[in-house]
Design a protein around this ligand. Structure first.
Ligand code: T4K
Length: 401
């Protein structure tokens, strides 16, 4: 045995050659899995105190005082008029889509989490997949234009990895063709576009506050908007369409955020700046750990716009002799659970694969990128030493070919 076993769960082993890798029979670098999307847990005491108050109040859900405070705090943090908190990002998307009156076909990227497409399909709307810009990973406005038909009612831009979609270009297309524009901002809490927090663009923007997001409410989401009427419609829709006692005026659903989730959000909001600072340190550590490794590029968020640096995205170059999947296999063998987000693209997932078997013909950049991207472990508890080990595994496996 090369190193003491108690060290394995903390720091991992030295990895210098192929024979040091677990895929070649060596002991895994980590005893416990290193995850993508480890939850950030803010002020634990503040959260637990709020939970005590919730129990004392005997008000657990249905627009309780903490949800109201949460909505107020999020709206003022983002500089928008309304935040309508929801039970998760997917329901928030569904409600926003419905409240905007989208129908027929809506243009979305295939290169996103499948919830973006499902939120449309779930209510009988056809998601039409447009290709992305291979550099930004976001919708290519020209590709969006190509997918417009007489049935198109809207566009959902996704701010992938928290990097803003081409907001102005998409808005110009929406205006030209009389389409509604909204954004899936699930990754983009704390990101900016032209120096302004994401949240105020398009007709509305939808956040996910899932446990795996930079800012979480355990499960949760929200639609934020500057449109008073839209906000009011969504408030009614998330509560079955009730407008006062016994008076239902919409086919609503149950999209309510519960008090415990709002308490988690309030506790995490306190620590959000710290979370971003830690993410940025980790990002820098990954950058250093990968210095000189040929044909792999860490997605750089730059410093011009703000970004939570939550997703550590690695692109394997077309010239790299080691495939993305070989890198993933080597990492997984070490208990480093890197992910292939968002392979293979929504258009290759059911029901879309069956419904639109030829969608890929219009998605060359998506198909290419889906084979080359992986997301590396992150989260508050990851250490620089662990990141170095991840970098060493990638270095050795890339140099091996
Ligand atoms: N739009 C976009 C662009 C999205 O990315 C998402 C969600 C949505 C819409 C929908 O929002 P929500 O309805 O989810 O609010 C995860 C998340 O479940 C999902 O929220 C997220 N995007 C997506 C990118 O990632 P999975 O299927 O990869 O989850 P899972 O269970 O494999 O967990 C991911 C990693 O996190 C694992 O390595 C384990 C770790 N983890 C997870 C949880 C829940 C933890 O360490 N602790 C935890 O509590 O989808």
């Amino acid at each position: 045995m090369k190193i003491q076993s108690d060290l394995l769960s903390k720091v991992g082993k030295k990895i210098q050659n192929m024979e040091d890798l677990a895929i070649n029979g060596a002991q895994p670098a980590f005893k416990q899995a290193m995850h993508v999307g480890r939850p950030n847990i803010g002020n634990r005491d503040a959260f637990l105190a709020s939970v005590g108050r919730i129990l004392d109040n005997q008000w657990l859900t249905n627009n309780g005082p903490l949800v109201q405070e949460f909505e107020h705090r999020i709206a003022s943090f983002l500089g928008v008029k309304h935040c309508v908190a929801m039970c998760n990002g997917t329901i928030a998307l569904e409600i926003a889509i419905r409240a905007l009156g989208l129908s027929g076909e809506v243009i979305v990227p295939s290169w996103t989490f499948v919830a973006t497409a499902h939120a449309l399909h779930w209510q009988g709307i056809t998601p039409v997949f447009a290709d992305i810009d291979p550099v930004t990973h976001n919708l290519d406005p020209e590709a969006v234009r190509r997918m417009i038909t007489p049935r198109t009612s809207g566009i959902i831009g996704v701010h992938l990895w928290g990097r803003a979609a081409p907001v102005d270009e998409l808005q110009a297309i929406a205006n030209e063709f009389g389409l509604k524009l909204m954004f899936d901002a699930a990754h983009a809490f704390g990101s900016s576009y032209n120096g302004q927090f994401i949240g105020g663009f398009g007709a509305c923007e939808v956040f996910s506050f899932h446990a795996t997001k930079s800012f979480n409410t355990m499960e949760g989401g929200a639609v934020v908007t500057n449109d008073d009427e839209l906000a009011e419609t969504m408030r009614l829709m998330r509560n079955f369409g009730f407008n006062g006692y016994d008076n239902v005026i919409y086919p609503g659903t149950n999209g309510k955020m519960i008090e415990v989730c709002a308490a988690m959000g309030l506790a995490n909001l306190e620590g959000f700046e710290e979370t971003i600072a830690a993410n940025m340190r980790h990002h820098e550590a990954y950058k250093q750990a990968l210095v000189g490794v040929p044909n792999v590029t860490l997605l750089d968020y730059g410093m011009v716009e703000s970004n939570s640096h939550h997703y550590v995205v690695l692109e394997v170059g077309a010239d790299c002799k080691t495939s993305r999947d070989e890198i993933i296999a080597a990492l997984h063998a070490e208990n480093i659970l890197a992910r292939k987000y968002f392979w293979p693209g929504c258009h290759m997932m059911q029901p879309y694969r069956g419904l639109f078997p030829h969608a890929g013909l219009m998605l060359p950049n998506t198909i290419e990128l889906a084979e080359r991207v992986l997301v590396l472990p992150s989260g508050a508890n990851i250490s620089a030493d662990q990141i170095q080990v991840v970098g060493d595994v990638i270095r050795v496996i890339v140099y091996s070919s």
